[in-house]
Design a binder for this molecule. Sequence first.
Ligand code: ADP
Ligand code: MG
Length: 444
Amino acid sequence: MNSIGATVLQMLKNEINEVDYQRYIKQLTFNSEDSKSNLAIYNAPNPLIANWIQTKYADKISHLFEIKTGVKPIVSICVKNTKSDKSSTTSQPLQQHSGEKPPVALLNPSYTFNNFVVGGSNNFAFVAAKNVSEKPGIVYNPLFIYGGVGLGKTHLMQAVGNVMLSQGKTVIYTSVEQFLNDFSRHLSNRTMDRFKDKYRKCDLLLIDDIQFLSGKNQIQEEFFHTFEALRNENKQIIITSDKHPKKIGGLEERLKSRFEWGLVADIQPPELETKIEIIKKKCEINRVKLDREVINYVATIIENNTREIEGILSKLNAYSQLMGVDINIEFARNVLKEQLAEKRLNITIDTIMDIVSKELNVKPSEIRSKSRNSNIVYARRIAIYLSRNLTPNSMPQLAHYFGMKDHTAVSHTMKKIQEIMKNDEDFKIKVDELANKISSMTNE
Ligand code: ADP
Ligand code: MG
């Protein structure tokens, strides 16, 4: 007999692209033993695949269940526990999704303090979150963490959640949307007392991406009362946002001011070294083996959004498994070529000059001059090298632009810089980093 879980995957197959299905979805097995009508559990072979499917397809799968059974379950993609002999699973759902309210927060179990790489860009927020986890409700309440996409805000807030969960505390992790949905449902069911019980009796409330409260007046009011109730009881609140509370438009003043009552901590984009450490960490967690060269390369490809790392690792891993080869630098460059090619469509020499001159503190006119000053020669070489690699200009065109005699002068410079890159890793990283910066800027 075909289980409902398998039937749903067959339905999904008709709706998504073949590659995703063959490469990822096909590896899922339905865990009928632990699933319930409102909870559908699938097992995936590793955390990468589990995470990827959870993010990309959990909602769709949940919807297909609803079509088939009339109940919209929470879909949880778990990792098969390879350590035990039985084909049981670790009971570690990766994220919560839609459906009925869960009894406690379903946090991502890998979002821990141990798995968080600390660098200058996030040190402040990290220490703040760590303190809060040690003395919840006492040190800073609320803790407000803000910063750009993919910089680790959700990770940090859930790290506090995971600590408290392991102490048997009640933790609620929610988005504004979920909070709003829950509110509306209880309002129309006339069960507001249950709503209040749920949100006001927890030990830790995590509200992710609070900027979405903007302009939603009724829910702001409700959130205000929840906030007050929790704070009066010294229950910890952690909030994240993409901007400082002062800068969130369409938000009641009393909320803004309360968000600043505790501690406001920002996270900045990671430095290159932090990016490298994060990649190493993700490799360790996901059991992907990359050598130093590949790690450095991936670090230069990703922009500020750390979230890209998992996508890249999953891509490298999938290809290498598919083709049965190890991941070395040539392989990585090949696999990630398209990703970069797309970014490079709009790059011009002017953009390159602009960025190189700013980053290296040399004027564009100096780069194009005949000066032999070592800083200028350095910047000129890099500009030529990047222009050759990132734009479709020919050697004669480049010679013309940079005021060089002819294309052999360009070709000579290219050889020279390749030689330096071979012998000087720091220099190579710098060039790759500039290349990435240029790609990302022209992509915006
Ligand atoms: P945000 O909520 O700020 O958009 P997330 O917390 O979702 O970002 O982080 C995106 C991804 O990057 C997650 O997989 C997270 O584990 C990872 N990540 C971000 N910063 C770090 C860090 N400093 N150390 C380890 N992983 C990180
Ligand atoms: Mg987030």
